[in-house]
Structure formats: structure tokens, C-alpha cells
Write a protein that binds this ligand. Structure first.
Ligand code: GDP
Length: 445
């Protein structure tokens, strides 16, 4: 492989010298960066190697057209290849079976199986209008059975009781029978996990699979697992014909490289991403968006959606227009941003979606603390006059003291808020300057 690539590289440089702009140097340089990005995002090393090799081949075979720079052309190729590796477009749950469609949940303990079972139940009820039954075959942990009962209730689905003294296969069969007789559309079967792969567990779930013949066998994996995800995925893939993957805890720090590893090892499509502990924290997985996240380009589409979801649309629209028209971003906007973030369930989810270069600094702040600070910040802004909020530059020492006293905080806190405001204003300016847009366009090419 290495020699072929080198051959191709030198051939390319020869044939393209003077006219095209992809050169051996910049291919190598770019590939080094891509490699770093993937490793940083915790993609498993063998997967990175494989991927780089594929991209190199594509890049060298590709014609560089129009006014694209070599870097742009390569980023475009990398992004497309990433998205293609993780699956084109989006894929939802397959329910094409004689009802009830059985869905088997597999994965390690703590991966998020039980939570995801309930999230899926809710998704199927709300989005697909299905009548859903859940059952737990986790006979090792009675608490897990109880947990499923609780979250199933929250999801508005029905729960089939099981006890630790039953056999998993018997539990599943009884639930299936119940689901048939009561005309359920879907039966979700939660299973036992272990902290690490073990053979007895794999055999048990394989037997369960053989008995209930699920239409979907979903492998639930924690995105934070990073490099280890590849081993877990391999073991489950050997035991079960997986039909889909759910990547949980995507709201964490991870850049989600596990997606690439798991997808490559199992060959199964990634169907959903878990994005919070809450029952509605499940999103249909979007490979293209996720490619951007892995490369550190930020998930602008998701950010925009998040900003407008369940939030004050009018305010969001006004803000968007302001940024576009170049009007000054003032403390009123800042306040409305802060309260919207609160509605969105905190700062951390949002920060996660911003491009790395924007959050390089922000990523290091303690998110819990940041969320606690939000209320104080509101207090501070509320003790400013309307004029001060519109023209924050007016706020000098005397005004700061008055504002601090009004909000019951130290002057330092007022200073900190003003600094944060300035940072956000800078960010807005950058976005308005089209830096981000240009970057996204480049990727689309
Ligand atoms: P199981 O052992 O595989 O059934 O895992 P659980 O469903 O009990 O989940 C383990 C822990 O992960 C729980 O504390 C869940 O709240 C949490 N969890 C599951 N999915 C997500 C997610 O998408 N985001 C976050 N932040 N936490 C999650």
C-alpha cells in the first residue's frame, strides 16, 4: 500500500506540476492534520490508518477544479469520505415486520441501554405513532428492571414486568406473547450488560436473539469510550447480527470519533445519538453533521437548530438579523442569549456544538459553575439601566460600583460579565464576517 501511494504521489506531482495545485507536500501536510484531528477525536488507530489511506487515494485521483485551493479540495474530500464512512444521510428504525416489531438492545453495562430504550420508546410513540411495550431481560440487576419501569413510564410507553428469578429467554417470550395479544406495534427488549466483554453474556444475548428474532438489533455504545469502543464493537458484532448503532453521551467532551470506529468494525449504520440524560435526549444520527464535529469544524447546523428549538423564535430571529445587518450586539442580546441557553438545558450542550477554535478557551471552563453563574449574570444585567445595556462601553468605574451594589455582587463579577460579553460580541462579529460560512461552503464543495 505504502509504495503504491508513493508511486501515485510522485506521478501526480509530475503530471500536475505547474497547473494543478495538489502537490505531494500539501497532501502530506493535510493528511498529517487530518490524522491528528481523527486521533484527537478518539478514532481507533487502525481505523485512522485505513481512512487516511482511502482519502489519499481519492484525493490523488481527484481533479482539482475551479478556484478551489488544494486545502479546500482536500477538506472537502475528507469531509465527504468521513460522512460516507459513517453512513450516508440519516436512517431511522426499521419496523418492517409482522407486529410487534421486536428491537433488541445490546451493549455494555453503563453504555446507556436502559435510558436509550426509553428514549426510543418515546421516539416511536411520538414520531411514528406506535404502541410500544418494553421489557427488561436483565436478571442480574433487579435495580435495572425497576429503572426500566420508571423510564418507560416517563416515555409514556407500557412496561412488561420481569423478575430476577426468570430466564432471559422466557422473559422475552412472555413479553412477546403479551405484545401480540395486546396489539403492540413494537417490543423493546433491554438486556443485561457487563462491565467488560464476557463469553457467558455474549452467549446469553445470542440465545435471546435466536429466540425472539428481532427486526432490529441495536448496539448501544458510549461515545466517551473512545479507543475502547472498537473492541467492544468487535465482540458484539461477532456475537450478534447488528442492524444499527446508538451512540450515547454525545453531549460529553468527546469529539465522537467512536462513531467512525464502531461503524467501520460493525458495518452497521449509526441510527441515533444520545445527547442528554433526559428522556427526549435522542437525535436521529446525521453522518454529515457528525463528520464536521469530528474534524472540529463545529456543528453549526445543530447549533442553529438548538438555538431555535423551544426557544423564543422571535428573539432568535431578531438576533440573527442583527448579526447579519451588522448592528451592535448589546447586553440585551447577551441577556436573551443567556436566558435562551438556560432554556436549552444549559451551556454545556451548546458549547459542545461550537467549532473548536471558538471553544478552545471556553472548553476549559467548568460547565457546572458556568450554569450556576447564569443566574447571577442575569441579576447583574437586570441592575443596569436600559442605556447601559444598549451601550455597554459607557460602563466605567462608578457605574460598575452602582451595578454591583444593585445586584449584590462584587465589582469583579461585573467586570467578568463585561469580559464575557465582549468575547461573545467578538464571536458574533466573526460569524458575521462569514468566516464560518466560508468554511461550511468549502466543506460542501
Ligand atoms: P445501561 O447500564 O446500559 O442500561 O445504562 P443506563 O441507561 O443505566 O445509563 C448509564 C448512565 O448513563 C445513566 O446515568 C444515564 O443517565 C447516562 N446516559 C445514558 N445516555 C446518556 C446520554 O446520551 N447522555 C448523557 N449525558 N448521559 C447518558
Amino acid at each position: 500500500m505504502a509504495s503504491t501511494l508513493t508511486d501515485r504521489l510522485s506521478r501526480l506531482v509530475k503530471t500536475m506540476r505547474g497547473q494543478a495545485r495538489i502537490t505531494e507536500d500539501n497532501v502530506q501536510e493535510m493528511m498529517r492534520e487530518v490524522r491528528m484531528a481523527l486521533l484527537e477525536a478518539d478514532v481507533a488507530l487502525p481505523v485512522v490508518r485505513d481512512f487516511i489511506a482511502r482519502v489519499k487515494e481519492k484525493a490523488l485521483g481527484a481533479e482539482v477544479v475551479g478556484s478551489l485551493s488544494p486545502g479546500q479540495a482536500l477538506v472537502g474530500i475528507v469531509n465527504k469520505e468521513l460522512a460516507a464512512t459513517m453512513g450516508e444521510g440519516v436512517s431511522d428504525i426499521n419496523l418492517a415486520a409482522q407486529p410487534p416489531a421486536v428491537i433488541l438492545m445490546a451493549g455494555l453495562q453503563g453504555a446507556g441501554k436502559t435510558t436509550t430504550t426509553a428514549k426510543l420508546a418515546k421516539h416511536l410513540i411520538e414520531k411514528r405513532k406506535k404502541k410500544v411495550l418494553t421489557v427488561s431481560a436483565d436478571v442480574y440487576r433487579p435495580a435495572a428492571i425497576e429503572q426500566l419501569k420508571t423510564v418507560t413510564r416517563q416515555a409514556g410507553a407500557e412496561w412488561f414486568p420481569s423478575t430476577a428469578s426468570d430466564k432471559p429467554v422466557d422473559i422475552a417470550n412472555a413479553a412477546l406473547d403479551h405484545a401480540r395479544r395486546h396489539y403492540f406495534d413494537v417490543l423493546l427488549v433491554d438486556t443485561a450488560g457487563r462491565l467488560a466483554i464476557d463469553e457467558a453474556l455474549m452467549k446469553e444475548i445470542a440465545d435471546l436473539h435466536a429466540a425472539i428474532k428481532p427486526v432490529e438489533t441495536l448496539f448501544v455504545v458510549d461515545a466517551m469510550q473512545g479507543q475502547d469502543a472498537i473492541n467492544t464493537a468487535r465482540a458484539f458484532k461477532e456475537a450478534l447480527p447488528l442492524t444499527g448503532i446508538v451512540l450515547t453521551k454525545m453531549d460529553g467532551d468527546s469529539r465522537g470519533g467512536a462513531a467512525l470506529s464502531v461503524r467501520q468494525v460493525t458495518g452497521a449504520p449509526i441510527k441515533f445519538a444520545g445527547v442528554s440524560e433526559k428522556i427526549d435526549g435522542l437525535e436521529v444520527f446525521d453522518a454529515e453533521r457528525h463528520a464536521g464535529r469530528i474534524l472540529g469544524m463545529g456543528d453549526i447546523v445543530a447549533l442553529v437548530e438548538e438555538v431555535t428549538k423551544g426557544v423564543d423564535m422571535a428573539a432568535a430571529q431578531k438576533l440573527a438579523e442583527k448579526v447579519k445587518s451588522g448592528d451592535a450586539f448589546d447586553l440585551n442580546d447577551f441577556l436573551s442569549q443567556i436566558s435562551q441557553m438556560k432554556k436549552m438545558g444549559g451551556l454545556s450542550g451548546l458549547m459542545d456544538k461550537l467549532p473548536t477554535q471558538m471553544t478552545a478557551k471556553a472548553g476549559q471552563v467548568d460547565m457546572d459553575k458556568a450554569e450556576r453563574d447564569v443566574r447571577r449574570m442575569e441579576g447583574i444585567i437586570c441592575s443596569m439601566t436600559p442605556l447601559e445595556r444598549r451601550k455597554p462601553d459607557l460602563i466605567k468605574a462608578t457605574r460598575k460600583r452602582r451595578i454591583a451594589a444593585g445586584a449584590g455582587v462584587h465589582v469583579q463579577e461585573v467586570n467578568r460579565l463585561l469580559n464575557q460579553f465582549e468575547q461573545m460580541r467578538d464571536m458574533m462579529k466573526k460569524m458575521k464576517g462569514g468566516g464560518m460560512m466560508k468554511m461550511m461552503k468549502r466543506l460542501g464543495g
